[in-house]
Design a protein around this ligand. Structure first.
Ligand code: KG4
Ligand code: ZN
Length: 328
């Protein structure tokens, strides 16, 4: 019964994301709609307030779903499956999308698939190039900096992860320190264009490590010290961005070589970074990135994870499936 239209929901943090994809008989998936409502209430607190996030999701989810259906030109009855993120994320926030998705699937009498947030990020990039495993995946966002070897579809071997902050978190914290605003990623990137990358010294983290871990606390401390010594925000931005990008690319390339992978999938919010994309393009490895609006948290990537589950013939999830803060 092709094409299969799948609705995907992500409410793992502070974005209410609902997307719709269409799975074709040849296994390719096309994004029909992708609507994200980004919560702004948290800005005044300088970080995400979990309880407020849950409440905002409750208020918004129905409207965002309606908007996604309208964007796709579909009626709710046209849906053949529903997928929602079950973790990792803020439990209260996750529960809103998970329960809404389960309820919708049950009301429509269609299968429901619980999805892993990081798998969604990976599929956002892989489906852009109709890429199938094997490949290496770098998930680099505000909550994660993880390297996975993907030897077969659906199999993920963690080969490295951050020991402290996630990369996006470091962008956000340094931007706040330098008074560049929120979210920090785009702000740092923009300011870096006007700065001198050599003005502030940033040492390469974990130099000489045999493994493939990440660490951003040293870069953060270097930024703090330079800021106190009067460094210009744009110079801090340029120096930090260059150091972070070099570190991410170098570690990923080493891991790709060690795992024997020729293709690298780069996804998550920080994958939107221009300097990171340029560095991978110049690195010689085949690097695949998500399409427009699919880098940061969204529902379409979860619909893509649902499409992959259907393609793989996976059993639908039980409606008793719960939300998990830390999914393995
Ligand atoms: O994937 P995402 O929306 O949420 C998580 O799952 O964490 O990622 C958000 C993160 C934020 O830390 C944001 O600053 C970062 O992605 N980000 C960027 C850029 N755009 C967003 N970092 C660097 N450069 C960018 N252009
Ligand atoms: Zn994410």
């Amino acid at each position: 019964r092709f094409p299969v239209r799948i609705l995907g929901i992500d409410t793992s943090c502070d974005d209410t994301g609902v997307g719709i994809v269409e799975l074709a008989p040849d296994g390719s998936a096309r994004v029909l709609a992708n609507r994200v409502w980004s919560q702004t209430v948290h800005a005044q607190y300088g970080g995400v307030m979990p309880e407020l996030a849950s409440r905002e999701h409750v208020e918004r989810i129905d409207r965002v779903t309606g908007d996604a259906l309208a964007e796709a030109g579909l009626e709710v009855n046209d849906l053949e499956a529903v997928a929602a993120t079950s973790g990792p994320g803020l439990v209260g926030a996750l529960l809103v999308g998970l329960m809404y998705g389960k309820g919708l699937a049950q009301a429509l009498g269609v299968p429901f698939y619980a999805a892993h947030h990081l798998e969604g990020h990976i599929f956002a990039a892989a489906s852009e190039a109709d890429l199938k495993a094997p490949y290496l995946a770098l998930v680099v966002s505000g909550g994660h900096t993880h390297l996975f070897d993907v030897p077969r579809e659906g199999e993920y071997v963690l080969v490295g992860a951050t020991r402290d902050d996630a990369a996006g978190e470091a962008f956000d914290k340094i931007a706040r320190l330098a008074g560049l605003g929120y979210p920090g990623g785009p702000a740092i990137s923009e300011a870096a264009l006007r700065g001198a990358p050599d003005a502030v010294p940033f040492k390469e983290p974990l130099q000489g490590q045999k493994g493939f871990d990440f660490s951003f606390s040293g870069l953060k401390t270097a930024a703090l010290l330079a800021h106190k010594a009067g460094a210009k925000p744009e110079d801090l931005a340029a120096g930090f961005e260059r150091a972070a990008v070099r570190f991410l690319v170098k570690t990923t390339l080493r891991a790709a070589q060690a795992c024997g992978r020729e293709t690298v999938v780069v996804s998550g919010g920080v994958a939107a970074n221009r300097a990171l994309r340029e560095a991978f393009a110049a690195s010689g490895v085949r690097a695949v990135f998500p399409g427009k609006d699919l880098n940061t948290d969204n529902g379409a990537m979860i619909a893509l994870a649902g499409a992959a589950a259907i393609r793989a013939g996976r059993e639908p999830s039980a409606l008793s499936e719960g939300a998990v803060a830390y999914a393995p």
